[in-house]
Design a protein around this ligand. Structure first.
Ligand SMILES: Cc1ncc(COP(=O)(O)O)c(C=O)c1O
Length: 376
């Protein structure tokens, strides 16, 4: 399956397999940036238009995860979204524990640890290799758990957690669930209603093909009235244009988790990126990515390399990782051959998107064969 390759000029120059860090630049996103400059130049300060586009991003995010637009905050980063959410929690009672897993991106764990002076206690569930047994969640979640904060797919090894079972465990004990879907958003269908998560975060710069500066926080509608963030700003007010510094009246919607002036250039680009992803469709992207990751895993195992990600396609996302004992050197040597990948820990991270093809995978596998001394 080869999809829209011609829209990504970098693919003519490089074998680009680093979507877990940053999506490839498309001509659509380039044009969106140009349009921002044209609008700024021709109209000076078209804030009405910019706020319109900002709202369009909210609706686009909502469409991607099957949420209502009123349940989506557009934030500058996942860190901001999780911090705003944390600021709305009260940790002074009995229910003051945040359960996190060993698969979390540092920023999420760091935000929860930062709540310690406010009474929060972080309970970390250790991984067993490339998985975290469900029993460990069952043992850790109890009546003291306020929130279970988990990643959909781990940024270090691509492994996916069993979200429905974890959500069930959490809800049975009266705890809420936050899902960090940064590594899955744009690679597969995601439905917050089906998953029954209470909160979800993700961002635009990886598989949504956009630049940095735009992320989302989904908050289940029923929870909004009881959550009033203290990390706030004028774009979080019920009426942004009230310009009233004598009071704080948060928006009734998830916009109450927002802060200050939006990153307008990134808003233009994010709309273009999400439009491109939606034009292919998350289900079709999932099929394309699965075909590529299947060929990749098979090629890695045939060569006797140490696959770190799970073999089962239902247990990993778009990111496949392989062990290397000199991973920084390997990334550098591959870059010299115009192959772009990345690393975490001792894992080489290879992350295709819909615009990659089997030639990209075979080209990388051939290069890895040449550098096999760094892999086995
Ligand atoms: C799973 C996951 N969460 C969060 C982030 C980053 O969040 P932020 O938008 O705060 O930089 C990343 C970035 O690599 C990630 O992979």
């Amino acid at each position: 399956m080869v999809i829209l390759r011609e829209r990504f000029p970098i693919l003519g120059k490089k074998t680009y397999l680093n979507n877990c860090s940053q999506g490839a630049l498309s001509t659509d996103v380039q044009e969106a940036f140009q349009q921002y400059l044209v609008d700024w130049d021709e109209q000076g300060s078209p804030w009405e238009r910019w706020v319109e586009l900002y709202e369009a991003v909210r609706h686009a995010f909502a469409g991607l995860v099957n949420a209502g637009a009123d349940e989506v905050a557009v934030t500058p980063s996942v860190s901001h979204g999780v911090s705003a959410l944390a600021s709305a929690f009260d940790f002074t009672g009995e229910r003051n524990q945040i359960v996190i897993s060993d698969f979390e991106f540092p920023t999420v764990g760091q935000v929860w640890h930062a709540q310690a002076p406010r009474g929060a206690k972080v309970v970390r569930i250790p991984a067993a290799g490339n998985s975290i047994p469900l029993e460990r969640f069952a043992d850790a979640i109890d009546e003291r758990t306020k929130l279970v904060s988990i990643s959909h797919a781990c940024y270090r090894n691509g492994a996916m957690l069993d979200v429905p079972s974890i959500v069930e465990l959490a809800h049975r004990k009266g705890a809420l669930v936050l899902l960090d879907a940064y590594q899955t958003l744009g690679t597969m269908p995601i439905d917050v209603k089906q998953l029954e998560v209470d909160f979800l975060v993700g961002g635009a710069l990886k598989y949504l093909l956009a630049p940095s500066g735009v992320a989302l926080l989904y908050v289940r509608r029923e929870l909004l009235p009881q959550l009033s963030p203290t990390a706030t700003g004028w774009f979080a007010q019920a009426n942004i244009f009230a310009m009233d510094h004598t009071t704080h009246v948060p928006a009734p919607s998830a916009r109450r988790f927002e802060g200050g002036t939006p990153p307008v250039p990134s808003v233009y680009a994010t709309l273009a990126g999400i439009k491109l992803v939606q034009s292919v469709g998350p289900a079709r992207i999932q099929r394309a990515v699965r075909e590529l990751t299947a060929a990749l895993k098979a090629g890695l195992m045939q060569r006797g390399f140490n696959l770190v990600s799970p073999v089962d396609p239902g247990r990993h996302g778009a990111l496949i990782t392989v062990r290397s004992h000199k991973v920084d050197l390997l990334v550098k040597w591959l870059a010299q051959e115009n192959i772009v990948v990345s690393s975490r820990d001792n894992n080489l991270r290879i992350s295709p998107h819909f615009y990659n093809n089997l030639d990209d995978i075979h080209h990388l596998l051939d290069a890895l064969s040449r550098h096999k001394a760094l892999l086995v």
